[in-house]
Design a protein around this ligand. Sequence first.
Ligand code: GDP
Length: 478
Amino acid sequence: SSISIKELSELLGIKVNDILKFLLSHGISSNINSNVDFETATMIGAKYNIEVILEEQQDIESIYLTEEPDREDQMEPRPPIVTVMGHVDHGKTTLLDAIRKTNVTSSEAGGITQHIGAYTVELNNRKIVFIDTPGHEAFTAMRARGAQITDIVILVVAADDGVMPQTIEAINHAKAANVPIIVAVNKIDKPNANAERVKQELSEYGLIPEEWGGDTIFVPVSALRKQGINELLEMILLLSDLLELKANPNKRASGVVIESRLDKGMGSVATVLVQSGTLKVGDIVISGTSFGRVRALIDDKGRRVKKATPSIPVSVLGLSEVPNVGDKFYVVPDEKIAKAISDYRKDRLRQQQYNNINKLSFDQLFNQIQEGKIKNFNIILKGDVQGSLEAIKQSLLRLSNDEVHLNIIHDGVGAISETDVMLASASNAIIIGFNVAADAKARTLATKEKVEIRIYRVIYDLLDDIGAAIKGMLAPKV
Ligand code: GDP
């Protein structure tokens, strides 16, 4: 698609002359009736901080992926989705295990437990879904991506240890997400267990037991001895009745990807949680840029199933790529639409990357005009704490000189990720990690894209190396 400079000028509110000048500075001579393509329009928009979006394409998403609100009479109860949180070693994993094992119904016996990211248990013919990854990190990572899937948090507190730092963190994360908490007071089998102390300590954080006039449910359990498990499950069901969890099962499914991987034999395998509608074999699914016809659905007992109703986790086979964890998925009417949405999103991703490069080249352009021809040294900086990151940034920027310009195009706290490598590759940068490592995916991509990653533990070494590199880049003096 293309647009005339006249139209673009009207749409963006930028003078025709300014556009022509801008294009000329990029070696493109044009006039008011010349057409520019979408990428060029984006580039012009970017100079004025205006985001350029293709309208016809934007409609594809809004037409097919906007969900109609459901009427009350279409809503049916759905199982609660539960995440287990708590301090390290307080028994989260043991509890998840105990729940899974004590609750094998006869119809499920013989099924082989599959770790697909979540599992379903049954009590009194009602289902409860547990997320397999305990802790608040995964919970919050999902939220950061806009996917709030947890209905109830089980806060595990060891009765022999009491409230610890991660207990408080978990409370804060659950509160921030507005998700109700049930407290599982664990390890009550231990001689030094003190459940009263746990209640006392937690009430300081607003979790007040019912017998003290509060509304928090406390259940004493021993995950190790599988005691109190059914009581805990009963309390989960009681709370979910109060929450009136409902969804409309009679429409095209949508939900969230909670786990994904590439399997040698099966290809892309994605575990999804259906949030509304019913997902069926044969449906056309889109998630991010990945799409395809559902070839098979596999449940948490390793059985092939024909459909998955709201809250139920299943592995989906048949998608074109491995979708991202935390991304939403939607069923769409046909494969053409799925492909069109995927293409649109790929374009948008490319455009975003392109905008990133362009921001840089605008700076370069500016600098080149100002300082004559200069060499740029682009850096992506990742560190373990904000404090050291700031210190390194300041020192690095002082290394710039008249001939070599040092740009820190991105910095942040945390491990070096695939997106960092993508950005580095796109902008010809090197990546510096201070007391952080690159994850496996990032390393693989870095090798492929020939992106240099350097890890340092001592600030002085880091500055020394970069200083030397800058000297090496200096034009030889005559
Ligand atoms: P997580 O780090 O919270 O996942 O804790 P784990 O489930 O790995 O448990 C940490 C340790 O506590 C392990 O050695 C468990 O066997 C033990 N443990 C867990 N639950 C109980 C319990 O109810 N009673 C006792 N005595 N030990 C438990």
